[in-house]
Design a binder for this molecule. Structure first.
Ligand code: PLP
Length: 374
């Protein structure tokens, strides 16, 4: 049986999402068609929009469905009517690369050794009188789980008349996410991180924020994003988000307890293990670890052979031999970065997943120590 500990890469489909999607797939219809089947498809999309809006405490008209979270980030950044862009050093690669692709002046704000943005540096950068600014600060990091002070950053941005966007892809369903309380102008979400399908996302846009068009086409999404809606995907996204937020008060403390159990057992069997960002507020499901000398790529393959799925840093950058950019920005030395493994729990994780991982980990550590001594 697969021990799946890679929920930050993607989360298994929740039964509620699967059921809702199957019904929508069977119903068919183009939401832009005038006839009864089209109107029924439209009703599914608009119900889903209302559900997502309720999850975040916003109005349905503020929800724009997109193809993926990556598209929503690109839309926010490339569409923002600003002269320059400021991002944190540990944003997802799609934020960094979209910002670079605009060709606008880009400033990257450093983070602490725990991955938390330097708000003083942000304020200093915003104080420069160099035109309208977009600030991008993710709510929670996909590798470390570090939760960023988005509300404080939004206050600073507002004082300087800047727009602020937050990538809340990893935060939704794991910690409370309220658009209004955060005080941001834009927010990105992705269905497959909450137990919905891959290939659906959303951009939440504060009333009054105008973006240049990014996907040209029909008049869908109130004319803001062309393309026939992915009805089944959108319906699955809403069902998953509702389920994730509904069970969050009960489920997330359980997941946190599992993660904490995992980390304490890990420290028992390998006292030298480093756990990144464990001194700051983190997502309850994420553990980012490294044991010096235990190469992450080799360990990942060994775990895979035992049917345990984990990740080396972000799924998008794994396979690259350079190691995690996020850890580099946190000042982690190359030799330790090469050993970083991300373990991320989710809605269907159990204590036996922890037991299995620790059992195999202990075996791998012993083998590594024997090889090192030989
Ligand atoms: N932002 C963050 C923080 C992510 O973790 C991811 C996915 O890994 C994305 C954006 C991209 O989302 P999607 O896979 O829907 O394009």
């Amino acid at each position: 049986m697969l021990t799946y500990l890679d929920h930050n890469a993607t989360t298994p489909l929740r039964p509620q999402a699967r059921e809702a999607m199957l019904a929508a797939l069977d119903a068919g219809g183009n939401p832009s068609s005038i006839h009864a089947q089209g109107r029924a498809a439209r009703a599914l999309v608009e119900d889903a929009r209302k559900t997502i809006a309720d999850c975040l405490g916003v109005l349905p008209a503020m929800v724009i469905f997109t193809g993926v979270g990556t598209e929503a980030n690109n839309f926010a950044i490339k569409g923002a009517q600003v002269e320059r862009i400021i991002i944190s050093a540990t944003e997802h690669s799609c934020v960094l690369e979209a910002a670079q692709a605009t060709g606008k002046p880009l400033e990257i704000i450093p983070v602490s050794s725990d991955g938390v943005i330097d708000l003083v540096a942000l304020e200093n950068s915003l104080s420069k009188d160099e035109g309208k600014v977009l600030v991008c600060l993710m709510l929670a990091n996909n590798e470390t789980g570090t939760i960023q002070p988005v509300r404080q950053a939004a206050e600073i941005a507002a004082q300087h008349g800047a727009l602020i966007h937050t990538d809340a892809v990893q935060a939704l369903g794991k910690i409370p996410v309220n658009f209004g309380l955060l005080g941001v102008d834009m927010m990105t979400l992705s269905a497959h991180k909450v137990g919905g399908p891959q290939g659906v996302g959303a951009l939440i846009l504060r009333d009054g924020v105008v973006l240049d068009k990014y996907i040209h086409g029909g008049g869908q999404e109130l004319g803001r994003r062309g393309g026939t809606e992915n009805v089944a995907g959108i319906v699955g996204f809403a069902a998953a988000a509702k389920a994730a937020i509904g069970d969050m008060p009960e489920k997330q403390p359980e997941i946190r307890a599992l993660r904490d159990l995992f980390e304490s057992k890990l420290q028992q069997v390998s006292p030298d293990v480093v756990i990144f960002s464990n001194q700051v507020e983190r997502l309850p499901n994420t553990s980012y670890i490294a044991l010096k000398g235990m190469n992450a790529q080799t360990t990942l393959i060994n775990l895979d052979l035992e049917n345990i799925a984990v990740s080396t840093g972000s799924a998008c950058s794994s396979g690259k031999v350079t190691g995690s950019r996020v850890l580099a920005e946190m000042g982690v030395p190359d030799d330790l970065r090469a050993c970083a493994l991300r373990i991320s729990f989710g809605w269907n994780s159990t204590e036996s997943d922890v037991t299995k991982f620790i059992e195999i980990w202990q075996r791998l550590v012993t083998r590594h120590q024997q090889n090192a001594a030989a």
